[in-house]
Design a protein around this ligand. Structure first.
Ligand code: HEC
Length: 84
């Protein structure tokens, strides 16, 4: 149920912010950055798949792979930890 709710929130955010063409990466919320970046190379790992400390480590590694700024990576981690 929680996963469904989170999916709906993410879809909503993608729709709302996806239409705002002038939104720069710095303005994007973590959920959107996650949706846009973390499924490019592999299936997107659901927030519930890792613990808070595992997400710290995973995003630290993925930040370099995905070419994210520190702020972007931080927002993604905050989102993942809030949703796991
Ligand atoms: C440029 C390609 C690329 C992008 C973008 C990317 N990943 Fe990955 N990811 C990989 C590859 C390749 C692996 C497997 C090798 C590894 O673990 O380094 C992987 C593995 C993982 C794993 C498994 C690690 C483990 O220890 O089992 C997780 C979790 C993960 N990625 C999360 C993310 C998240 C979150 C993002 C967004 C911030 C992201 N990835 C973006 C390429 C990418």
């Amino acid at each position: 149920m929680k996963a469904l709710f989170i999916s709906l929130v993410v879809v909503f955010i993608l729709i709302v912010f996806g239409c705002a063409a002038d939104l720069t990466n710095a303005d994007k919320p973590g959920a959107l950055l996650w949706g846009e970046n973390c499924g490019r190379c592999h299936n997107v790992r659901p927030p519930s798949s890792l613990t808070d400390s595992e997400w710290d480590l995973a995003v630290m590694h993925m930040r370099t792979r995905a070419n994210l700024t520190e702020t972007e990576a931080e927002k993604i981690v905050v989102f993942l930890k809030a949703a796991n």
